[in-house]
Design a protein around this ligand. Structure first.
Ligand code: ADP
Ligand code: ASP
Ligand code: MG
Length: 400
């Protein structure tokens, strides 16, 4: 039996935690399991590295950011491997490059193109626990790359897909809940959740799983178990689901923070400008969402959309290039917003969810700026001040 296990930053935040993980790994190895262990950078290391980079330069080169961020995971793999070796366990650490993780795309947002598992296979066959640095890889030019925040999940699931095995994600919560338990402590623990719903919840802000990792799991049929790294409690399986006879209309709620809303007003009503704006954003790999275009009485249009606030500086410089050329057009951006979304595949067949939420909001003085829907979700952008109330109202009403 072979398993890929992943331990997130808080689970390897100090040596004591690493020692307790090493203990469990050693036991499983003795039982004959082949183990590939993916680890993240310790605690808040990635954030600290990023803020140092921003102190060093207002707009640091993304190649250098990757160079820097990759060190975080390397500290973890080396330490965990030393601890295992100290226990007499055969173990070896591998960087993304040594693990054969080939990536493509722009620095800091790379995607895994392929994995050459021969090095990992070789060590497994020789009885080693293979400890792989999460979140990093190398590109065709031989540069070190990273996979975007939360990317160790992606590393782990992609390795499990390549090695044809299950993936266990260990973190600081004991599984997936209807709502982030830190936001809504009464949230319902789930024994299992479908890929589809988990993917939607993750894309809409449930940071417990990196969204692309769930996409990979679904495409390759990798079963994921999410559980607590240090507590012995039952976790959650992410897998293809059977249909319940009576499906819930909503399974979960996610909150996406750290977003920005962009509004461009007095844009001449010529679709070429809109096309130009989105082409330029796409070239920078900036994802946008909730696009709306409203015609104004003066014949102009107001265009608005949301995007990740991580991209704020880049976004503003790209948009100014276009907007400054158009007389009268005005650009405003705000980060004082967030997005609350409900997710559930039951919404395909059950109507009335949006109506119920509109009513809840109306009765409780919650105003929202935009609404968008997908087949299995409804999202509302609103001012940050409404977060707690909106979450509680919806979670209570739908028993999440
Ligand atoms: P790691 O460092 O292990 O990758 P993350 O911080 O990325 O951990 O993800 C775990 C966090 O995800 C939890 O601490 C929890 O607050 C948050 N979270 C958000 N939504 C959910 C949810 N629906 N169920 C469980 N945890 C959630
Ligand atoms: N260390 C990286 C991050 O903080 C990757 C990860 O933890 O998954 O985003
Ligand atoms: Mg994470």
């Amino acid at each position: 039996m072979r398993t890929v296990l992943k331990f997130g930053g808080s689970s390897v935040a100090d040596l004591a935690r690493m020692k307790s993980i090493a203990e469990k790994l050693a036991r499983r190895q003795i039982e004959g399991e082949e183990l590939v262990v993916v680890v993240s950078a310790m605690g808040k290391t990635t954030n600290q590295l990023l803020s140092m980079a921003r102190e060093a330069s207002e707009n640091p080169s993304k190649r250098e950011v990757d160079m820097m961020l990759a060190t975080g995971e390397q500290i973890s793999i080396a330490l965990l491997t030393m601890i295992l070796q100290e226990k007499g366990v055969k173990a070896v650490s591998l960087t993304g490059y040594q693990a054969g993780i080939l990536t493509e795309g722009i620095h800091t947002k790379n995607k895994i193109r392929d994995i050459d598992p021969k090095n990992i296979e070789k060590y497994l066959s020789e009885g080693y626990i293979v400890v792989v640095a999460g979140f990093q890889g190398f590109n065709e030019s031989g540069e070190i790359t990273t996979l975007g925040r939360g990317g160790s999940d992606t590393t782990a699931v992609a390795l499990a897909a390549k090695l044809h095995c299950h993936c266990e994600i260990y973190t600081d919560v004991d599984g997936i809940y209807g709502v982030d338990p830190r936001l809504y402590p009464r949230a319902r623990h789930m024994d299992s959740i479908t890929y589809e719903e988990m993917k939607e919840m993750a894309f809409l802000g449930a940071k417990v799983m990196e969204p692309r990792s769930v996409d990979i799991a679904q495409n390759y049929g990798v079963i994921i178990y999410v559980g607590s790294a240090h507590e012995d409690k039952r976790g959650t399986y992410i897998q293809e689901g059977e249909k319940n006879v009576e499906e819930r209309s909503i399974t979960g709620l996610s909150v996406l923070e750290n977003i920005m809303m962009v509004t461009i007003s007095h844009l001449p009503e010529r679709s070429i400008h809109t096309a130009d704006i989105f082409t330029k954003l796409a070239e920078e790999e900036i994802n946008v969402d909730m696009i709306s275009q409203t015609p104004m009485p003066d014949g102009s249009v107001t265009l608005s959309f949301t995007a990740s606030a991580e991209d704020r500086k880049l976004m503003e410089s790209v948009l100014h290039e276009v907007v400054d050329e158009l007389p009268g057009a005005e650009l405003t951006t705000t980060t004082e917003i967030l997005k609350v979304s409900v997710v559930g595949s039951g919404m395909r067949t059950q109507s009335g969810v949006a109506a119920r939420i509109f009513t809840l909001f109306a009765q409780n003085g919650i105003t929202f700026k935009q609404v968008s829907t997908s087949e299995i979700s409804i999202s509302y952008t609103m001012e940050k001040k409404h977060k707690e109330k909106a979450v509680e109202l919806i979670a209570d009403a739908f028993s999440l």
